[in-house]
Design a protein around this ligand. Structure first.
Ligand code: GLV
Length: 377
């Protein structure tokens, strides 16, 4: 460390272990107490005051205004999240400011939560518990007051086979599911072949009665065939392969009437008005959502309509919120650890100061000149 402390402003707490680690290393760390996001004007003021690094998260809009305020002083923006659609990548590139994120450490936590949401909506965990709590549990009956849909042995469409999509497929493997994969950009045929081998072995060993299968198909085919559709794509608003409103009236209508839609990716991947209509008019059986176009979910969102509450599960952008996943200061385990490691790599000139070699810098194209449309999550 130099004698003058490196200054970092964080728009939120990232947990004491990681914060202490930075301070023990001599960083001058200022943290917005939150929990709500600071005004953008405050972030700009801090950046203009000459901070070297900025720790931000998905509710903080970071664009040219922020980079302009930090011209000559701001050296890194470290996002504590894997998705970084709140940061204008093109602006970061123009100002040559590295963005870092926290991939991989949240794959399993996010995938398992998506899986649990799928179970919650299909097996009706919410309304069945509500029935007990409200004293409305009558006698045991084969099918009254309702039944749910099984997951075991069913077919899931995993839309987006980046890191989290692949983690989801691994969870589904244990539930004897068949897997339809769709991804226009990040196809991993080797992974699919490996999963097929495990499926075949499980069948050969007599662990499953029917052999399972996995295959890449088109989006329309995946939507039309699946019992469950789980979204794992990054939000890409423009470019060759946008994912904005990937699920809209047309694509929701392709889904089966008895199918469920799961979203632990980003809210704007779904046209929420179309989804509310699809649920109300029963084009599909249900949905479980962790992310929304506007967060927190507005009071007047059509997704809150009591008419669909039995088939629409709503969670508070919570999928990666496992204790270790969120808070471990170990960069191999926690988002907090990976966030500060990305920050320190840049500020301490690790990897010989070569941003293209730093594992958590996402906008490497700013230094090697190649464009990128989006990142697998
Ligand atoms: C959470 O949504 C993340 O992108 O890490």
């Amino acid at each position: 460390m130099t004698s003058k402390a490196i200054r970092v402003f964080a728009t939120c707490h990232i947990g004491e272990p990681a914060e202490n680690l930075l301070r023990e290393k001599g960083y001058d760390l200022e943290i917005y107490p939150g929990p709500e996001a600071p005004q953008k004007s405050l972030v700009i003021e801090k950046v203009r005051s000459g901070v070297d690094g900025l720790i931000v998260t998905l509710r903080d809009p970071i664009d040219a205004e922020v980079f302009e305020a930090g011209k000559g002083t701001l050296k890194v923006v470290s996002q504590i999240a894997v998705g970084f659609d709140n940061i204008n990548r093109a602006d970061a590139n123009r100002y040559k400011v590295p963005i870092t994120n926290t991939p991989e450490v949240l794959n399993d936590a996010t995938a398992e939560f998506a899986f649990f949401m799928m179970g919650a909506v299909a097996r009706r965990l919410w309304d069945s518990e509500q029935m007990v709590r409200e004293g409305k549990w009558g006698a045991w009956h084969p099918y009254l007051p309702f039944v749910g849909d099984e997951i075991s042995g069913k077919t899931i469409a995993v839309i987006g086979t980046g890191r989290i999509g692949l983690a989801m497929i691994k969870k589904c493997l244990g539930f004897d599911m068949n897997v339809l994969c769709y991804d226009p950009v990040y196809q991993n045929h080797q992974f699919a072949a490996d999963v097929q081998q495990v499926m075949d072995l499980r069948h050969k060993l007599g662990m499953v009665k029917e052999a399972n299968w996995i295959k890449y198909v088109s989006l329309d085919e995946a939507l039309a065939e699946a019992d469950y559709v789980s979204l794992h794509v990054p939000l890409v608003r423009e470019g060759k392969m946008p994912t904005y409103h990937l699920m809209n009236e047309r694509t929701l209508k392709l889904m089966r009437k008895d199918a469920y839609l799961i979203n632990a990716a980003r809210g704007p991947v779904i046209d929420e008005a179309a989804l509310a209509k699809a649920l109300k008019e029963r084009w599909i059986a249900g949905a479980a959502l962790d992310v929304y176009a506007v967060e927190p979910l507005p009071a007047d969102s059509p997704l809150r309509d009591p008419a669909i509450e039995d088939r629409c599960r709503l969670y508070p952008h919570f999928a990666s919120a496992g204790r270790i996943t969120r808070l471990s200061p170990d960069p191999q385990k926690g988002m907090a650890g990976r966030c500060i490691q990305g920050l320190m790599d840049v500020l301490e000139n690790n990897y010989g100061g070569d941003r293209t070699k730093m594992p958590f810098v996402v906008n490497k194209e700013a230094w090697i000149g190649s464009g990128a449309d989006g990142e697998g999550i």
